[in-house]
Design a protein around this ligand. Structure first.
Ligand code: NDP
Length: 399
């Protein structure tokens, strides 16, 4: 039984709060704290349980975080604010002796660049403080890393190629909308692509490489190679991997909108002067795009995210393996009021927190999810709305 603070009251924070509240035997007290108090209050009201309360914090401010943590004395903070706040929250955790979990690696606001080095640099300080930090515990990163660890533990002696495949086969009926925070999402997609091959990183143009892949229950979708943060930790933690890539599906309509947004300068993340006021075009765009949290009501279809792995099995024979989850937007919405992208991120974050609080994932230092035992976590996500499936010795379509 432990108290947790959830920072961030967006789509993901809402799902995490609902899911934690469903397990009072683990999460005895839950505080939802974010910049805008009214959003936290709305979640508290929707859940309607006496052990769930709200608070307010600007998570860019270490003193405000320290004050919040000292007031509530949580065992763990679940950071589902934005990636910009990761380091300030980790600093406050070290000052107050609080354990830490997040779903996205740190990004500086003024540079669309993500890598783990900033957070890995906290390893020694978390070790010395005897505190556990769990990094990247959403779906991807998150379940994608645990799926890989599960494959290594149970099936492979040598994993040679890893392809993480992420398909949103849903339709929200809008001409253009992003499924999670538009600013973070557009920064991620408009970057150069990157993949790992024979010990080196290979850079591609944005969305330059694409393949037609088949997703269970969804069908055939055009899939684009992107850089995704979990590739960095997975090739480090599983050094037998010779090639690691990440693929995400996009429809033509989405790509056309994205191209126009870039061409007219609305994806810029530097400040421009507008009538004497400094604005960041991408932040302005976020203000006029549909709010991802409001997409759920009309969202149909499923997400399908998994890992396709090839290598040698425990006896040294060639093996191909596919492990995945499909999640229905409608079912996710009915349960939490949020669509499947928020749901598939929030459920693993709750399960990671549960793993820590029940003593299964406790390790002083800064850890990526694949460094822990995958079995109890995969059992937990299946029991909490994200069942997963496996296939062996099939055509992985990713040669
Ligand atoms: P939203 O934009 O919906 O929500 C973000 C929340 O964080 C809002 O409540 C926002 O408050 C709050 N916030 C932002 N800045 C601050 C601050 N300085 N202090 C306090 N609170 C702040 O985002 P999502 O819920 O869609 O995403 C949350 C996180 O999940 C992101 O980091 C995203 O990258 C990650 N994610 C991870 C995925 C994975 O699979 N690993 C997939 C999808 C998302 P306010 O309303 O006041 O702005």
């Amino acid at each position: 039984m432990a108290k947790v603070i959830i920072i961030g009251a967006g789509g993901v924070g809402t799902v995490v709060a609902h899911k934690c509240a469903a397990h009072p035997e683990v999460f005895s007290e839950i505080v939802i704290a974010s910049r805008t108090r009214s959003k936290c209050d709305a979640i508290v009201e929707a859940i309607g349980k006496p052990n769930v309360s709200s608070d307010t914090v600007d998570a860019d401010s270490v003193p405000q975080l320290v004050e919040l943590f000292n007031r509530h004395k949580p065992a763990l903070v679940i950071n589902v604010a934005l990636p910009y706040q990761d380091l300030t929250i980790m600093d406050a955790c070290l000052i107050c002796g609080v354990n830490y979990l997040d779903t996205a690696n740190y990004e500086p606001k003024d540079e669309a660049h993500f890598e783990y080095s900033w957070q890995w640099a906290y390893k020694q300080r978390f070790e010395e403080a005897g505190l556990t930090a769990i990094l990247g515990c959403g779906f991807d990163p998150g379940v994608s890393g645990v799926f890989t660890a599960y494959a290594a533990k149970h099936y492979f002696s040598d994993m040679e190629t890893l392809d993480i495949v992420d398909c949103n086969g849903g339709d929200h009926g809008k001409a253009f909308a992003t499924n999670f925070n538009p600013e973070i999402n557009i920064r991620e997609i408009t970057q150069n692509g990157r993949y790992y091959q024979d010990g080196k990183w290979v850079t591609t143009g944005p969305l330059e490489i694409h393949r037609t892949l088949t997703y269970p229950s969804v069908g055939v979708r055009e899939s684009y190679l992107l850089y995704h943060e979990e590739l960095e930790s997975l090739v480090k933690n599983f050094p037998s991997i010779k090639r690691a890539r990440f693929w995400m599906t996009f429809g033509q309509e989405y790509l056309t909108h994205l191209r126009v947004i870039q061409n007219i300068g609305m994806a810029r993340i530097d400040e421009v002067d507008y009538n004497g006021t400094k604005i960041v075009p991408l932040q302005f765009l976020k203000a006029v795009l549909p709010n991802p949290q409001d997409l759920g009501a009309n969202y149909h279809g499923e997400t399908s995210i998994g890992c396709r792995i090839a290598g040698l099995d425990k006896e040294g024979k060639p093996l191909t393996y596919y492990i995945w989850n499909n999640c229905s937007h409608e079912v996710a919405y009915k349960e939490t009021g949020m669509q499947a992208v928020s749901y598939t991120t929030g459920v693993p974050a709750m399960c990671g927190a549960m793993m820590f609080l029940t003593g299964k994932w406790v390790k002083a230092g800064v850890n990526n999810v694949e460094e822990f035992d995958p079995d109890p976590f995969l059992e937990a996500i299946a029991a909490n709305g994200l069942p997963w499936h496996e296939k062996f010795n099939i055509d992985l379509e990713v040669d």
